[in-house]
Design a protein around this ligand. Sequence first.
Ligand SMILES: N[C@@H](CCC(=O)N[C@@H](CS)C(=O)NCC(=O)O)C(=O)O
Length: 184
Amino acid sequence: MPEYKLIYFNARGRAELARWIFAYSGIPYTDERFENDEWPEKKKSIEGGKVPVLRVDGHTLPQSLAIGRFLSKKAGLVPEDDLQAAACDALVDTIYELMTEMYKFTFPEKSEEEIKKPKAEYFTTHLEPFMTRLNKRLGEKKWFVSDKITWGDLAIGMFFGEMKGLYSEKLEKFPSTTCPYQQS
Ligand SMILES: N[C@@H](CCC(=O)N[C@@H](CS)C(=O)NCC(=O)O)C(=O)O
Protein backbone atom coordinates (compact mmCIF):
# COMPACT_ATOMS: atom_id res chain seq x y z
CA MET A 1 0.00 0.00 0.00
CA PRO A 2 1.47 3.41 -0.93
CA GLU A 3 2.00 6.03 1.74
CA TYR A 4 -0.53 8.83 1.42
CA LYS A 5 -0.22 12.29 2.90
CA LEU A 6 -2.92 14.93 2.35
CA ILE A 7 -1.75 18.49 2.97
CA TYR A 8 -4.22 21.33 3.55
CA PHE A 9 -5.27 24.12 5.88
CA ASN A 10 -6.87 23.14 9.18
CA ALA A 11 -10.28 23.48 7.53
CA ARG A 12 -12.76 21.43 5.50
CA GLY A 13 -12.67 23.33 2.19
CA ARG A 14 -11.21 21.59 -0.83
CA ALA A 15 -9.61 18.76 1.16
CA GLU A 16 -12.74 17.48 2.84
CA LEU A 17 -13.93 15.23 0.03
CA ALA A 18 -10.57 13.41 0.00
CA ARG A 19 -10.85 12.99 3.79
CA TRP A 20 -14.33 11.49 3.38
CA ILE A 21 -13.01 9.07 0.73
CA PHE A 22 -10.17 8.03 3.04
CA ALA A 23 -12.60 7.64 5.96
CA TYR A 24 -15.10 5.65 3.92
CA SER A 25 -12.52 3.31 2.39
CA GLY A 26 -10.37 2.88 5.48
CA ILE A 27 -7.21 3.55 3.43
CA PRO A 28 -4.60 4.79 5.92
CA TYR A 29 -3.17 8.29 5.38
CA THR A 30 -1.62 11.24 7.13
CA ASP A 31 -3.93 14.24 7.39
CA GLU A 32 -1.38 17.07 7.55
CA ARG A 33 -3.05 20.34 8.50
CA PHE A 34 -1.57 23.76 9.08
CA GLU A 35 -2.91 27.06 10.41
CA ASN A 36 -3.36 30.19 8.29
CA ASP A 37 -0.32 31.94 9.79
CA GLU A 38 1.89 28.96 8.84
CA TRP A 39 0.86 29.12 5.19
CA PRO A 40 3.40 31.64 3.79
CA GLU A 41 6.27 29.41 4.97
CA LYS A 42 4.52 26.18 4.02
CA LYS A 43 3.69 27.50 0.55
CA LYS A 44 7.40 27.54 -0.30
CA SER A 45 7.50 23.74 -0.06
CA ILE A 46 4.43 23.18 -2.23
CA GLU A 47 5.05 23.01 -5.95
CA GLY A 48 2.45 25.23 -7.61
CA GLY A 49 1.82 27.02 -4.31
CA LYS A 50 -1.77 25.78 -3.87
CA VAL A 51 -3.36 23.17 -1.64
CA PRO A 52 -4.68 20.57 -1.25
CA VAL A 53 -1.92 18.31 -2.52
CA LEU A 54 -1.67 14.59 -2.05
CA ARG A 55 1.74 13.06 -1.63
CA VAL A 56 1.83 9.46 -2.83
CA ASP A 57 5.14 7.79 -2.01
CA GLY A 58 6.98 11.01 -2.78
CA HIS A 59 4.96 11.95 -5.90
CA THR A 60 2.84 15.07 -5.57
CA LEU A 61 -0.67 15.29 -6.95
CA PRO A 62 -2.36 18.74 -6.93
CA GLN A 63 -5.99 19.71 -7.69
CA SER A 64 -8.71 18.56 -5.29
CA LEU A 65 -10.87 16.89 -7.93
CA ALA A 66 -7.95 14.99 -9.52
CA ILE A 67 -7.09 13.83 -5.98
CA GLY A 68 -10.72 12.84 -5.33
CA ARG A 69 -11.02 10.88 -8.58
CA PHE A 70 -7.67 9.13 -8.04
CA LEU A 71 -8.58 8.05 -4.49
CA SER A 72 -12.10 7.08 -5.53
CA LYS A 73 -10.69 4.69 -8.15
CA LYS A 74 -8.54 3.08 -5.47
CA ALA A 75 -11.57 2.85 -3.15
CA GLY A 76 -13.97 1.40 -5.75
CA LEU A 77 -16.09 4.56 -5.68
CA VAL A 78 -15.98 5.26 -9.45
CA PRO A 79 -18.58 3.35 -11.50
CA GLU A 80 -17.16 0.94 -14.11
CA ASP A 81 -19.64 2.20 -16.69
CA ASP A 82 -18.08 5.20 -18.50
CA LEU A 83 -21.32 7.16 -18.68
CA GLN A 84 -22.00 6.68 -14.98
CA ALA A 85 -18.39 7.62 -14.20
CA ALA A 86 -18.88 10.83 -16.24
CA ALA A 87 -22.19 11.48 -14.44
CA CYS A 88 -20.24 11.30 -11.16
CA ASP A 89 -17.67 13.77 -12.51
CA ALA A 90 -20.45 16.14 -13.59
CA LEU A 91 -22.13 15.92 -10.19
CA VAL A 92 -18.91 16.59 -8.29
CA ASP A 93 -18.01 19.49 -10.63
CA THR A 94 -21.42 21.05 -9.99
CA ILE A 95 -21.08 20.64 -6.24
CA TYR A 96 -17.64 22.26 -6.34
CA GLU A 97 -19.02 25.20 -8.31
CA LEU A 98 -21.74 25.66 -5.68
CA MET A 99 -19.19 25.32 -2.90
CA THR A 100 -16.88 27.93 -4.47
CA GLU A 101 -19.76 30.40 -4.81
CA MET A 102 -20.89 29.73 -1.22
CA TYR A 103 -17.42 30.39 0.21
CA LYS A 104 -17.43 33.85 -1.42
CA PHE A 105 -20.03 35.09 1.05
CA THR A 106 -19.60 32.60 3.88
CA PHE A 107 -16.00 33.51 4.77
CA PRO A 108 -15.79 36.89 3.06
CA GLU A 109 -13.44 39.78 3.51
CA LYS A 110 -16.38 42.04 2.64
CA SER A 111 -19.03 43.79 4.70
CA GLU A 112 -22.49 42.34 5.42
CA GLU A 113 -23.93 45.00 3.14
CA GLU A 114 -21.70 43.98 0.22
CA ILE A 115 -22.55 40.28 0.48
CA LYS A 116 -26.29 40.70 1.08
CA LYS A 117 -27.31 40.66 -2.60
CA PRO A 118 -24.94 37.90 -3.87
CA LYS A 119 -25.93 35.77 -0.87
CA ALA A 120 -29.67 36.12 -1.54
CA GLU A 121 -29.13 35.46 -5.26
CA TYR A 122 -27.05 32.39 -4.55
CA PHE A 123 -29.88 30.64 -2.76
CA THR A 124 -32.60 31.54 -5.23
CA THR A 125 -30.68 31.37 -8.52
CA HIS A 126 -28.09 28.66 -7.92
CA LEU A 127 -28.85 26.47 -4.95
CA GLU A 128 -32.62 26.03 -5.02
CA PRO A 129 -32.86 25.03 -8.73
CA PHE A 130 -30.01 22.55 -8.22
CA MET A 131 -31.56 21.16 -5.04
CA THR A 132 -34.93 20.80 -6.75
CA ARG A 133 -33.38 18.75 -9.59
CA LEU A 134 -31.24 16.72 -7.22
CA ASN A 135 -34.07 16.01 -4.82
CA LYS A 136 -36.34 14.89 -7.67
CA ARG A 137 -33.69 12.64 -9.21
CA LEU A 138 -32.76 11.11 -5.88
CA GLY A 139 -36.38 10.52 -4.84
CA GLU A 140 -36.54 7.26 -2.95
CA LYS A 141 -33.29 5.96 -4.46
CA LYS A 142 -30.49 5.20 -2.07
CA TRP A 143 -27.55 6.34 -4.21
CA PHE A 144 -27.47 9.15 -6.71
CA VAL A 145 -25.63 7.77 -9.76
CA SER A 146 -25.71 3.97 -9.68
CA ASP A 147 -27.05 1.17 -7.48
CA LYS A 148 -23.88 1.40 -5.37
CA ILE A 149 -22.34 4.26 -3.45
CA THR A 150 -20.00 6.45 -5.54
CA TRP A 151 -17.81 9.42 -4.78
CA GLY A 152 -20.70 11.57 -6.09
CA ASP A 153 -22.71 10.47 -3.04
CA LEU A 154 -19.81 11.32 -0.76
CA ALA A 155 -19.59 14.77 -2.41
CA ILE A 156 -23.32 15.32 -1.78
CA GLY A 157 -22.87 14.29 1.86
CA MET A 158 -19.78 16.41 2.30
CA PHE A 159 -21.25 19.60 0.77
CA PHE A 160 -24.77 19.43 2.17
CA GLY A 161 -23.45 18.33 5.55
CA GLU A 162 -21.43 21.54 5.64
CA MET A 163 -24.32 23.58 4.30
CA LYS A 164 -26.67 22.06 6.85
CA GLY A 165 -24.34 23.25 9.59
CA LEU A 166 -24.24 26.77 8.13
CA TYR A 167 -27.67 27.34 6.54
CA SER A 168 -29.97 24.53 7.73
CA GLU A 169 -33.13 26.57 7.08
CA LYS A 170 -32.32 26.61 3.34
CA LEU A 171 -32.37 22.82 3.15
CA GLU A 172 -35.61 22.03 4.95
CA LYS A 173 -37.56 21.85 1.67
CA PHE A 174 -35.26 19.15 0.30
CA PRO A 175 -35.38 16.14 2.64
CA SER A 176 -34.28 13.46 0.11
CA THR A 177 -31.03 15.24 -0.53
CA THR A 178 -30.01 15.86 3.03
CA CYS A 179 -31.58 13.24 5.30
CA PRO A 180 -29.21 10.30 4.88
CA TYR A 181 -26.07 12.37 5.29
CA GLN A 182 -24.40 13.65 8.39
CA GLN A 183 -21.66 16.18 8.84
CA SER A 184 -18.29 14.54 9.52
N1 LIG B 1 -8.46 24.22 -8.33
C1 LIG B 1 -7.66 24.01 -7.16
C2 LIG B 1 -7.71 25.29 -6.33
C3 LIG B 1 -6.67 25.26 -5.23
C4 LIG B 1 -6.75 26.52 -4.39
O1 LIG B 1 -7.07 27.63 -4.87
N2 LIG B 1 -6.42 26.35 -3.10
C5 LIG B 1 -6.46 27.44 -2.18
C6 LIG B 1 -7.10 26.95 -0.87
S1 LIG B 1 -8.74 26.38 -1.10
C7 LIG B 1 -5.05 27.90 -1.86
O2 LIG B 1 -4.11 27.14 -1.93
N3 LIG B 1 -4.96 29.16 -1.46
C8 LIG B 1 -3.74 29.72 -0.96
C9 LIG B 1 -2.96 30.49 -1.97
O3 LIG B 1 -3.37 30.57 -3.14
O4 LIG B 1 -1.92 31.05 -1.58
C10 LIG B 1 -8.19 22.79 -6.36
O5 LIG B 1 -9.38 22.49 -6.48
O6 LIG B 1 -7.39 22.14 -5.68
